[in-house]
Design a binder for this molecule. Structure first.
Ligand code: SAM
Length: 301
């Protein structure tokens, strides 16, 4: 097994031999800067006890690097031709499982087989969590990151190559144009940072946009302190649906169980003026708001 390939000439030659053409819809843009593949693995800090999930094996170049370091790698690839090329590249490795299918059953749920395989490998390795390390397909990057923050299997960290614009939304601060439900959802549970911006030239074929390596490290204590995780996710999405609306109107329209006096009381209790907007609230303020709303909803039921 060699992990040193994946140059343009290697990819071109291999694809020509098997009659394969990269398909933009599936985000088939391969990382051809080998130093960046190494950087991704280094930043993810993969060690011999880790179970790693990769989504989008491609030709197996990143997979091969992960397999050299991890206890076990579960890699998922939607494209049967690429899955075959990846298996060829990984020939001889006994600590890798390739699942050839769409990682998502639908927008909000992962494939059952992927989750079951991950659970099985985590159990075998005696691990309670896994590390996601991937050069993610752009079209499904947001649901993958979002869904893992409320899933039966928990990532210890997610180190991923994604569209730069998505990375900026993840790490955004309040009162900026990028700050929204995704920023709050991720930052409520993770330390998130942009590690490196990537020009289109480091991929083949070249995408139209810039990318970034983004790392999100989960803080388990913060996560368990959030009551009703999926409720919080829905709440944040509802609040940011009309981001320029006053928070008061957003709360009234998205929290049907609460009366206007309830909403006014909550805002007063949290020191939020009538002209506050969702985009001005810090992640901690948003969590405090959610916990107050949730407890009032509970008592109203
Ligand atoms: N890992 C390789 C690399 O680093 O160069 C390939 C990464 S490429 C950006 C994304 C890969 O994800 C492609 O191989 C594509 O076929 C695969 N893919 C796209 N959508 C997928 C999905 N829904 N489920 C699983 N794999 C998917």
């Amino acid at each position: 097994m060699s992990s040193k390939k994946q140059t343009v000439s290697f990819l071109r030659g291999r694809f020509q031999e098997v009659g394969f053409r990269p398909y933009a819809k599936h985000g088939q843009n391969f990382l051809i800067d080998l130093n960046l593949l190494d950087l991704l693995v280094r930043v993810a800090d993969v060690g011999p006890s880790d179970v790693v999930l990769e989504i989008g094996a491609g030709t197996g170049s990143l997979t091969a690097r992960l397999v050299e370091r991890a206890a076990h790698v579960v890699t998922v690839e939607i494209d049967p031709h690429l899955a075959e090329l990846a298996l060829e590249q990984l020939d001889g490795a006994n600590n890798v499982t390739l699942v050839q299918q769409d990682v998502l059953r639908n927008k909000n749920n992962f494939s059952d087989q992927v989750i079951a395989t991950l659970q099985e490998k985590m159990k075998e390795a005696g691990q309670r969590d896994f590390k996601l390390v991937a050069n993610l397909p752009y079209s499904v990057a947001t649901p993958i990151i979002s869904n893992f923050l409320d899933c039966v299997v928990t990532p210890a960290s997610m180190t991923v190559t994604i569209q730069k614009e998505l990375g900026e939304r993840i790490v955004a601060d309040p009162r900026t144009k990028d700050y929204g439900s995704l920023s709050v959802w991720v930052q409520s549970q993770c330390y998130a940072a942009i590690v490196r911006e990537l020009a289109p030239t480091v991929f083949w074929p070249r995408p139209k946009v810039y990318s970034a390596i983004v790392q999100m490290v989960l803080d388990p204590q913060r996560r368990v302190s959030i009551l009703n995780l999926s409720g919080f996710h829905q709440f944040v999405r509802g609040i940011f649906l009309h981001r320029r609306k006053f928070l008061r109107s957003s709360l009234i329209s998205s929290q049907k169980q609460l009366s206007k006096p309830d909403v006014d009381g909550i805002m007063q209790q949290l020191g939020l003026g009538p002209e506050s907007r969702a985009e001005e609230l810090t992640v901690d303020q948003m969590l405090a708001l959610w916990h107050t709303v949730d407890s009032l909803k509970d008592s109203a039921e």
